[in-house]
Design a protein around this ligand. Structure first.
Ligand SMILES: Cc1cc2nc3c(=O)[nH]c(=O)nc-3n(C[C@H](O)[C@H](O)[C@H](O)COP(=O)(O)OP(=O)(O)OC[C@H]3O[C@@H](n4cnc5c(N)ncnc54)[C@H](O)[C@@H]3O)c2cc1C
Length: 498
């Protein structure tokens, strides 16, 4: 008889796990607290504008395709990739900008316009990190670490040492790249997993390197079209998605997960429960008994390290801004101080930020011949209790950010051309998606919270209970969460074959 799998949450992790399990013959039902699916990878629609709520940078395209391939489907029937080139435009407060193209010839010319040393340093940096990335990908990202022996073996230790992850991103980048503007460009991207480039392990320099070497992509209709595509497959394969269903408890009987409980809806029973809700939130709220929480008790959750959060401004604009590319960075003065602010409980007063302008390549996201842009600023998570996200806080961050944005040549009149404006705060991430502490990326992927040391995909204490998403192995980001779904399904299939 088919086994029934209950998935809590319809984030990227929940949806992709559903597709993979349905294609293996499981009966899958997803329960989502919100009225829309997708979790943090969501959408904000205010006609004529369509905004991706959070994720926008699509790296590792093959991992997105693989979900369809694993279900014996052709991704081309569901999603359309558009090449992004240049991958980034980085603007500086002195009015200059650099383009990072996919084409090596123009990339080298752009780098040489800084200096030959800058070009040599950048290429050496790419080569060094590329080698480390191949090791990390082959030996860590594609493996689950459920048992101590999966990690604590000579080959793993040797490979871990080869990734030389003990230095910080800042140390590694500054060893090769001496130009300050280029350094800022690389430091900023190491922030994408929500840890400081000045403290986080140098392995996250793989973010700029993978983007440069494998390219970035845009999905027609925005990142949310991936969510819609997964939803379509789930229905085609006979899966069920119930929205507006907030799970309050995972029902555990005799150390076995047997169902889910909701205050407002009927209990549901199944053979396997997978929580895609943020792992620390799951432990804190959905699992009631300390014995079943295992080591993730309230005090352990307090001791863990969490990623920073983000403040986002969404602007629907009346006219086009040709100065912008799809992915842009504005790298301000006092760069380090303002990045440190996000990790020390301060609001940045001179922020650096990322600007996403999908309408550059995708007219479907603004049907008014204008532009829709999102400006994403790193800010402290809600564990810093000195900041309350009220109207004044939003106004402060909004004004600081917009005034910096107007420093970009050609964007001076942007404020006069705003047709629609909205915001996302850390509090929204917590309230809407139960993102623990309102973080953007869940648990910090520090060395002591990575691989075997990150929460596992399978409960150590409760049978038939699994986890998928940003805060479990391998870590945050859409493509990495897709890997977490691949690994959790492998674990389930392994357990079922025993
Ligand atoms: C501002 C920002 C920018 C980002 N940019 C990028 C980017 O450019 N590229 C990239 O690859 N990644 C990016 N990311 C990361 C990426 O968005 C996340 O890693 C990914 O969306 C997380 O997916 P998930 O499956 O782990 O969980 P989530 O998206 O958190 O989904 C969990 C789901 O569970 C639901 N849920 C929670 N509690 C319950 C409950 N009790 N009952 C029922 N349902 C529940 C939630 O509502 C949610 O739908 C960004 C993230 C943020 C916040």
């Amino acid at each position: 008889m088919k086994k029934t799998v209950l998935i809590i949450g319809s984030g990227i992790g929940g949806l992709s796990t559903a597709v993979r399990l349905l294609s293996k013959g499981y009966d899958v039902k997803i329960y989502e607290k919100e009225k829309t699916i997708g979790g943090r990878t969501n959408q904000l629609v205010h006609r004529p504008f369509t905004f991706d709520l959070t994720a926008s940078i699509l790296m590792n395209r093959d991992i997105y395709e693989e979900v369809f391939c694993d279900a014996n489907l052709d991704y081309k029937n569901y999603i359309e990739f558009i090449k992004v080139d240049p991958i980034y435009r980085s603007f500086y407060s002195d009015g200059t900008f650099y383009d990072f193209t996919r084409d090596l010839v123009s990339l080298i010319k752009n780098l040489e316009s800084i200096s030959t040393e800058a070009a040599i340093g950048y290429m050496k940096f790419l080569s060094e990190v590329y080698e480390r990335y191949t090791i990390a990908n082959d030996h860590f990202l594609q493996h689950s670490f459920e048992r101590p022996l999966d990690f604590f073996k000579i080959s793993s230790i040797v490979n871990a040492l080869k990734t030389k992850a003990f230095s910080t991103s800042h140390q590694l980048i500054s060893e090769y790249v001496k130009d300050e503007k280029l350094q800022k460009f690389l430091y900023y991207q190491s922030l994408y997993v929500g840890i400081s480039p000045y403290e986080g392990p140098s392995i996250y320099t793989l973010v700029p390197v993978v983007s440069q070497l494998y390219g970035l992509w845009h999905l027609k209709g925005g990142m949310y079209s991936y969510v819609k595509a997964l939803e379509k497959v789930i229905y085609q394969l006979g899966g069920v998605i119930e929205t507006n269903y907030a799970v309050d408890e995972i029902i555990i009987s005799g150390h076995k997960a047997v169902g889910i409980k909701s205050k407002e809806k009927a209990d549901v029973f199944g053979d396997i429960v997978i929580s895609n809700a943020d792992f620390p939130y799951t432990m804190d709220t959905l699992i009631k008994s300390d014995i079943q929480k295992g080591k993730y008790t309230a005090s352990k959750l307090d001791d863990l390290k969490y990623t920073c959060s983000t403040f986002i401004i969404y602007l629907g604009l009346r006219k086009k801004y040709p100065q912008l590319s799809v992915h842009n960075l504005y790298l301000n003065e006092d760069f380090k101080e303002n990045i440190d602010d996000a990790f020390t409980g301060h609001l940045p007063t001179n922020p650096s930020f990322y600007i996403y302008c999908p309408t550059k390549v995708d007219d479907s996201m603004a049907e008014n011949d204008g532009e829709c842009i999102s400006i994403v600023v790193r800010v402290p998570n809600l564990f810093f209790r000195n900041i309350t996200w009220n109207e004044d806080t939003v106004k402060f961050m909004r004004n600081k950010t917009i005034s910096a944005l107007k420093n970009i040549p050609g964007l001076e009149d942007i404020e006069e051309n705003i047709a629609y404006e909205n915001y996302l705060t850390p509090q929204n991430l917590k309230d809407s998606f139960n993102s623990y502490g309102g973080t953007a990326f869940g648990l910090s992927p520090t060395l002591t919270q990575t691989n075997y040391f990150r929460p596992h995909l399978k409960s150590d204490n409760v049978k038939n209970l699994y986890f998928v998403g940003s805060s479990v192995h391998p870590g945050p980001g859409v493509s990495i969460v897709l890997l977490s779904s691949k690994l959790v399904v492998q674990e389930i299939l392994k357990d079922d074959s025993l």
